[in-house]
Design a protein around this ligand. Structure first.
Ligand SMILES: *[C@@H]1O[C@H](CO)[C@@H](O)[C@H](O)[C@H]1NC(C)=O
Ligand SMILES: *[C@@H]1O[C@H](CO)[C@@H](O)[C@H](O)[C@H]1NC(C)=O
Ligand SMILES: *[C@@H]1O[C@H](CO)[C@@H](O)[C@H](O)[C@H]1NC(C)=O
Ligand SMILES: *[C@@H]1O[C@H](CO)[C@@H](O)[C@H](O)[C@H]1NC(C)=O
Ligand SMILES: *[C@@H]1O[C@H](CO)[C@@H](O)[C@H](O)[C@H]1NC(C)=O
Ligand SMILES: *[C@@H]1O[C@H](CO)[C@@H](O)[C@H](O)[C@H]1NC(C)=O
Ligand SMILES: *[C@@H]1O[C@H](CO)[C@@H](O)[C@H](O)[C@H]1NC(C)=O
Ligand SMILES: *[C@@H]1O[C@H](CO)[C@@H](O)[C@H](O)[C@H]1NC(C)=O
Ligand SMILES: *[C@@H]1O[C@H](CO)[C@@H](O)[C@H](O)[C@H]1NC(C)=O
Ligand SMILES: *[C@@H]1O[C@H](CO)[C@@H](O)[C@H](O)[C@H]1NC(C)=O
Ligand SMILES: *[C@@H]1O[C@H](CO)[C@@H](O)[C@H](O)[C@H]1NC(C)=O
Ligand SMILES: *[C@@H]1O[C@H](CO)[C@@H](O)[C@H](O)[C@H]1NC(C)=O
Length: 727
């Protein structure tokens, strides 16, 4: 298990005045021990050791790719250190040089959680771990632990395809990116999610650890222990090989890492037969967005701007199109696609391309007429309108300059751009083309371009570098997209309250829906196609604030109600799937684009036995329905839609190419326990004395037991009972 246990750490927890005695010690040594211990404790005002568990934390865990491990871990028995609060950079001196009680556990202010400070902490052995508090308000200078050039090497640009654009040579997409998420730390790092718990720790520090005029504080000191030991080491190649050896030779196999995987959600405007290949002559407009996000900490991924605003806009556009009266007459079909795991080198889109190429998907790449991707489409119209800054309402159209050099592709791209910009005429949001010489931003579309010259466009709110200052961080929250509610609303009122953000996104969705209608061959007036701000506001509430709301409850299957939690929704792709986000995107899409059909529960759950159900064309879901106003019972019903899931597991694992540079190889390590706690620790000398005494007594008692055992027949001789049966 590699470096497990090799980490520095205090032995402070071992040995103390209240060692519990093993039962086999017997009464005599126990008495002896009790006397001794009482003696050694006398005169020391050591308080009872009380552990306070920290209940609201998120750890940084280890992820692995083909060649590296990233993230954090503790030693196998957890890492311990004396707490030191660091709120200004000067406070670091105590930890790094002056403090007399290393190693230290640092309680780091969120504003100092940056590359510079972390490099200093990495370079010292005086730090045993880190607890980071959330900065409130979010750091104004921006914060992104992601890379400056996200998903580099897995997009389309490489030495063979537009080498001048590879490695973000032309545009650095995420300039504030510190890359912290992609570094390897050999000490544990936890996020303190609850300000009240942070306060408890600070109080303990203030009461016990504050240095008094230059000299160090007196024992007992307030200490923290963090457990986040990881089973996997080195790389995906190593850990997957280990998994497979274990599975082959061990009766009780123990997996050390799991590939990141989930499901993509997709549906079509016109139903298609999912159990056969669609006609090669059928054309599809593919609309895509990602639904996952990431941050430095495990399962902390609010992704408000980086994922939610775009997929919500996409869902609203799908609804608007389905509601239009003449869409069944459109000559081209439209496919709505929601990719999972895109953060980790395009897991979802690379798998779909792979499946299409290998004929494992109803569509082939040749069926894709054109591609429209929504990628960070948050533009806040209302704010800008108020200050009369019209250019705040521009949505940028990004295209691939390399494929546009092809004389067949260029006119198709031009046509696509014209249709899109015409659709925004008269709307408050304007679509504008970025310069021809700029490559595509990191996007799922790049994976399709790798396979085939498909005409396509990526819509985003940034012309060059991201506008989002909190890309893939814990600060990409509803506040980051200006979501504001008036005070004093009930949860139900909040769900329905139409925010300005929702109004802005509705205008974007309207423009997109109208453009899609045109792209699919629609010639009629599009003014009737209109996205609904009310559904958008409900989606934003559900995906960003609280999943457990009346709308989400009414549209999911009864056996899935456990996925609706009261905590803040997170959009991290996981290893046990589908995750909450995937299910909810699936059922929201079914609700917005499906129809309620008059089937009984029995018929709905077994469409293959139901006449005229066309099981291959539709998906049927028996959903909970909403609560009757005056009772506690729900009225369930059957929803028919074209929504389906497709696997989002990187082809690298399908092909068992764990060292792949073509496909994502990210895996997540397994762990036994993740835990954090604080307690008071006595002085080292005292603990060592207690430990030595404890060991001495143990040896004594062993000798005594041995002696008593050996002479048992003499000591405890029982008079023979003449009547007893003898053998
Ligand atoms: C990077 O871009 C510059 C122009 O912006 C170009 O001169 C240079 O050759 C490019 N680098 C590579 C490695 O292509
Ligand atoms: C694995 O991740 C590390 C850290 O981000 C990166 O430097 C390396 O290039 C990645 N390896 C592959 C094969 O992508
Ligand atoms: C934190 O403490 C305050 C005051 O005691 C309390 O009002 C608040 O609800 C607590 N917050 C949480 C998240 O527990
Ligand atoms: C965590 O929960 C336990 C049990 O409910 C409680 O005793 C403890 O004080 C909590 N921790 C903090 C830091 O509030
Ligand atoms: C544009 O914004 C204005 C001001 O909020 C609003 O009144 C108008 O309806 C919007 N126009 C469109 C086409 O949505
Ligand atoms: C241009 O694209 C078409 C369609 O993708 C392809 O068949 C053709 O070979 C490409 N032409 C060149 C010169 O690359
Ligand atoms: C457009 O409107 C005409 C006349 O109302 C109708 O015949 C046609 O089916 C409509 N739909 C499309 C897609 O053009
Ligand atoms: C996600 O689902 C799990 C159960 O699968 C549930 O415990 C958790 O609360 C859910 N999370 C949210 C944010 O609703
Ligand atoms: C969608 O949800 C709403 C609110 O629960 C409900 O009234 C409507 O019938 C649902 N539509 C479908 C197609 O499920
Ligand atoms: C639904 O079906 C049942 C029996 O199949 C029928 O009695 C009922 O009238 C139907 N309801 C509607 C609204 O069509
Ligand atoms: C769908 O395709 C399968 C396989 O080709 C075929 O057996 C089935 O009848 C088709 N279903 C419909 C509704 O066309
Ligand atoms: C619910 O209860 C209220 C007051 O008891 C009554 O006025 C209302 O009609 C009831 N609604 C339904 C749908 O039964």
């Amino acid at each position: 298990m590699g470096r497990a246990g090799g980490r520095r750490g205090m032995t402070a927890v071992v040995g103390s005045c209240w060692i519990s005695l093993p039962a086999w010690c017997g009464p005599l040594p126990a008495l002896l021990l009790a006397l001794l211990v009482a003696g050694s404790c006398e005169g020391n005002s050591v308080e009872r050791k009380i552990y306070i568990p920290l209940n609201k934390t998120a750890p940084c865990v280890r992820l692995l790719n083909a060649t590296h491990q990233i993230g954090c871990q503790s030693s196998i028995s957890g890492d311990t250190g004396v707490i030191h609060v660091v709120e200004k950079e000067e406070d670091l001196n105590w930890v790094l040089a002056d403090g007399p009680h290393p190693p230290y556990m640092i309680l780091l202010d969120g504003n100092l959680f940056n590359g510079k400070v972390m490099q200093q902490l990495k370079g010292t052995s005086r730090v045993s771990g880190l607890a980071v508090s959330v900065a409130k308000p979010s750091p104004p200078q921006g914060f992104s632990p992601g890379l400056k050039c996200p998903n580099d090497g897995f997009g389309v640009y490489s030495k063979d395809y537009g080498p001048q654009y590879a490695h973000c040579n032309r545009t650095v997409w995420n300039p504030v990116g510190s890359g912290l998420s992609y570094e390897d730390f050999d000490f544990p790092i936890f996020l303190l999610e609850d300000a009240n718990e942070t306060q408890v720790i600070k109080q303990c520090y203030q009461d016990h650890n504050v240095p008094t005029d230059g000299s160090g504080p007196e024992y007992p000191l307030c200490a923290m222990q963090l457990f986040s030991h990881m089973h996997a080491v080195t790389s995906t190649v190593t850990c997957m090989r280990r998994n497979s050896i274990q599975n082959t030779f061990s009766i009780n196999p123990e997996t050390v890492c799991d590939p990141l995987l989930d499901y993509n959600v997709w549906s079509t405007l016109h139903p298609i037969n999912a159990s056969e290949k669609v006609d090669p002559k059928k054309e599809f407009i593919m609309v895509a967005t990602r639904i996952d996000s990431h941050s430095f900490f495990w399962n902390i991924a609010p992704g408000a701007e980086s994922a939610v605003s775009s997929f919500v806009t996409h869902l609203a556009a799908a609804e608007a199109l389905h509601k239009a009266s003449d869409v069944h007459l459109l000559q081209r079909n439209i496919m709505f696609t929601f990719f999972q795991g895109e953060t980790f080198d395009y897991i979802g889109s690379s798998r779909m391309v792979y499946d299409m190429e290998k004929d494992k998907f109803p569509l082939r790449l040749e069926n894709i007429h054109s591609f429209v991707e929504l990628n960070q489409v948050f533009c806040f119209l209302y704010l800008f309108l108020q200050v009369a800054l019209r250019n705040g309402s521009i949505l940028w159209m990004h295209t691939d300059p390399v494929s546009r050099l092809n004389a067949t592709v260029e006119p198709q791209v031009k046509n696509l751009l014209d249709i899109l910009s015409n659709s925004s005429v008269g709307a408050n949001v304007t679509l504008q083309e970025v310069g021809f010489s700029q490559p595509l931003p990191p996007s799922s579309f790049q994976r399709f371009l790798r396979a085939r010259h498909i005409p396509g466009v990526v819509l985003s709110d940034h012309q060059a570098s991201f506008q989002n200052r909190y890309y893939q961080s814990m600060y990409d929250t509803p506040e980051n997209i200006q979501m504001q509610y008036p005070e004093g609303l009930s949860p139900e009122e909040t769900l329905e309250y139409v925010t300005d953000t929702a109004k802005s996104l509705a205008e974007v969705a309207t423009v997109v829906a109208r453009a899609l209608y045109r792209l699919a061959g629609g010639a009629n007036d599009t003014s009737a196609i209109q996205a609904d701000p009310k559904t958008i506001t409900q989606m934003l509430y559900g995906f960003l604030i609280k999943m457990n709301n009346s709308w989400f409850q009414s549209i999911i299957k009864p056996d899935l109600k456990g996925i609706l939690g009261d905590e803040v929704p997170q959009h991290y792709v996981a290893v046990s799937s589908p995750v909450n986000t995937t299910y909810l995107v699936q059922y929201v899409l079914a609700n917005l684009t499906g129809t309620v059909v008059n089937l009984t529960k029995e018929e709905c759950l077994n469409p293959e036995k139901t006449p005229n159900a066309e099981k291959e064309m539709y998906d049927y879901a028996w959903v909970q329905g909403s609560l009757d106003p005056n009772s506690t019972s729900r009225v369930p019903y059957c929803v028919r839609s074209t929504v389906r899931l497709s696997k989002a597991l990187s082809p690298a694992f399908e092909l068992r190419e764990w060292g792949s540079t073509e496909y994502s190889t990210w895996t997540e390590s397994r762990w036994k326990e993740i835990r954090a706690r604080i307690f008071l620790v006595a002085s080292k000398e005292l603990e060592i004395i207690t430990l030595v005494v404890g060991i001495a007594i143990l040896v004594l008692s062993l000798i005594a037991t041995h002696f008593i055992n050996a002479k048992a027949d003499v000591l405890f001789s029982i008079p023979r009972d003449p009547g007893a049966v003898s053998y």
